[in-house]
Design a protein around this ligand. Structure first.
Ligand SMILES: CC(C)(COP(=O)(O)OP(=O)(O)OC[C@H]1O[C@@H](n2cnc3c(N)ncnc32)[C@H](O)[C@@H]1OP(=O)(O)O)[C@@H](O)C(=O)NCCC(=O)NCCS
Length: 173
């Protein structure tokens, strides 16, 4: 397991509130499910391409048991009435040597405050440090916010074309 497993950094929302960006931990299960419960069907569809609210034990194990090498997951945690609360997550999964697929979800009430951009920046640094060459992503064409975030980081359309999904790619090293 690499140093990414202990990752922690403090950032700020556009309104100045501090937010911790840290590695997802196996004991985040209840918090992660609570965040999913606060996320709209539309957002979950944009993340999983199906309006997914319920996860099997096998899927939960996949999302929570991270090796921080081939699968790196960060969460964004904010103080809500004195309780640290997960409001977003981002992860990359190595799909072939040197290449990882990246995806995010931010709880609706916190979208548009810079969290997606912050998570993207931290994951890009971790991917670069890990020596990966390329990040790829699949985005629904109507997902303007995600396309904007990826555009800011230099993602470009990949050679893979499909009418219902935008395939994007970004060179790292
Ligand atoms: C896509 C997502 C991760 C982006 O995270 P976020 O925290 O909302 O993003 P940010 O606040 O960092 O930036 C969003 C950008 O899109 C812009 N934006 C948001 N909605 C927009 C819209 N409908 N039209 C145009 N621009 C839009 C924002 O103004 C912002 O641009 P700016 O930085 O120039 O101001 C988040 O909205 C989300 O979780 N959506 C649902 C799940 C999803 O789509 N996942 C992607 C799977 S790959």
């Amino acid at each position: 397991m690499s140093g990414a497993a202990d990752y922690s950094a403090v950032e700020h929302l556009r309104d100045g509130r501090p937010i911790e960006i840290r590695a997802l931990r196996p004991d985040d299960r209840a918090e992660m499910l609570a965040a999913v419960g606060r996320t709209s069907t539309q957002s979950l569809r944009r993340r999983f391409f199906v309006p997914k609210k319920v996860f099997s034990e096998q899927e939960l194990a996949f999302f929570l048991n991270i090796d921080f090498e081939n699968h790196v997951a960060l969460v964004a945690q904010i103080d809500e009435d004195g309780s640290p609360t997960i409001v977003a997550g981002g992860r990359y999964i190595v799909v072939q040597p040197g290449q990882a697929e990246i995806a995010f979800v931010v709880v609706d009430a916190y979208q548009g405050q810079g969290i997606g951009t912050i998570l993207m920046r931290h994951l890009a640094v971790l991917a670069c440090d890990a020596g990966l060459n390329e990040l790829i992503a699949e985005v629904l064409p109507e997902n303007t916010a995600m396309l904007k975030v990826f555009g800011k980081f230099g993602f470009r359309p990949s050679s893979k074309r499909e009418p219902q999904v935008r395939h994007l790619t970004m060179r790292l090293n």
